[in-house]
Design a protein around this ligand. Structure first.
Ligand code: NAP
Length: 315
């Protein structure tokens, strides 16, 4: 890595054409995006908050909890920066709003402003949780009505970015369902062994695949049109419906899928929006996104699990 620069007190990253940077390049979405960009963009950088013992010279340490004076950047200009880091566990945000806000609000807003002032186009990953869940297919400009702390923190950062980062895009996602998801892996393993699984009948999602999310993020970064973009599945389904479909793909009995209530299991109502779907109009206009049916997302998970066919999976 070249000379190391620090953002405070004299930000010196230069504006103009430069590399792409993924903040949170070890995360679920960040790592997939980082890999994809490496295949298509000349210079790609990534950050991690873990101890650096990586062979990858493009990966550098950055912790949102540190003072900005302690952040160190490579001597490079960043054309596009993806803000894909943060504490995403909703239960943790709820139980420790002050601690999680230090990362999700304080650190993120400082970093967004610094990178924007240095000339980068900033892409912030957000969520349907900024809305109440009372309506389906919420439009891009609907008012914020978060039900929980995670959604509140995201809404605060969105507002900040809209005000302070003129060259920026906010990309809201519904639930990303991908092959490495622990819940999917556990379900598949248990169903294959003819063991029962429990699935919530009152927790909804509008799943999207990781590859679709990465496709859209790459397009948003390539086109650099400021605005708000949403990526959503085509309909709301319960986790129960998802599990039942999974069982049918695996040729397993539907009786293995037990319907349970998240509320009865102690999950707060504020984590259970009735609707999670988002309107995708601006993303369709940008890059022709087709909101996926949940079955396509599940099928894609299987296509990426090399062993799937061994089990006679119907896809
Ligand atoms: N996954 C979804 O279904 C979904 C849905 C809607 C929105 N989103 C949004 O998409 C973004 C990425 O989500 P994800 O699922 O990829 O999350 P994730 O797998 O939990 O990754 C979070 C990333 O944040 C980094 N991070 C955590 N604390 C940090 C800190 N103090 N300083 C610097 N980096 C820190 C982690 O770094 P290390 O890896 O180095 O520890 C990790 O790379 C988030 O903003 C999330 O709100 C995700």
């Amino acid at each position: 890595m070249g000379e190391i620069l620090t953002p405070d007190p004299h930000p010196v990253l230069s504006a103009g054409r430069g590399g792409h940077l993924v903040i949170g390049a070890n995360g679920g979405i960040g790592s997939a995006l980082y890999s994809r960009l490496k295949a298509s963009v000349e210079t790609v950088w990534g950050t991690t908050q873990r101890d650096l013992n990586s062979e990858d010279p493009q990966l550098f340490y950055l912790n949102l909890l540190d003072s900005p004076a302690d952040w160190r950047f490579p001597n490079a200009s960043f054309d596009v920066v993806y803000l894909a880091a943060g504490i995403c566990r909703m239960a943790l945000c709820e139980s420790d709003p002050a601690g999680t806000s230090k990362v999700n609000i304080d650190g993120m807003t400082r970093l967004a402003r610094f990178l924007s002032e240095s000339g980068a186009f900033v892409v912030f990953l957000s969520t349907n949780q900024v809305f109440s869940g009372n309506d389906a297919f919420v439009t891009e400009n609907a008012p914020y009505r978060p039900l929980n702390e995670y959604g509140r923190q995201k809404a605060v950062v969105e507002e900040f970015i809209k005000q302070h980062c003129p060259r920026s895009a906010i990309v809201r996602l519904t639930k990303v369902v991908e092959p490495n998801m622990a819940m999917i892996n556990q379900w598949v393993e248990r169903l294959l062994n003819n063991k029962p699984i429990e699935a919530f009948n009152d927790m909804m999602l509008a799943p999207v695949s990781l590859s679709l999310v990465v496709d859209v993020l790459v397009q948003v970064g390539a086109q650099k049109k400021p605005g708000c973009y949403q990526i959503s599945g085509a309909e709301d389904v319960s986790y129960l419906v998802l599990a039942q479909y999974l069982a049918s793909c695996l040729n397993r009995s539907q009786s293995l899928v037990q319907s349970v209530s998240a509320l009865d299991k102690g999950i707060k109502k504020t984590f259970l929006p009735r609707f999670t779907t988002l309107s995708c109009s601006s993303t369709i206009a940008l890059c022709g996104l087709i909101p996926p049916h949940f079955s396509e997302v599940i099928k894609e998970c299987f296509q990426r699990v090399a062993a799937a066919n061994e089990y006679g999976v119907r896809i």
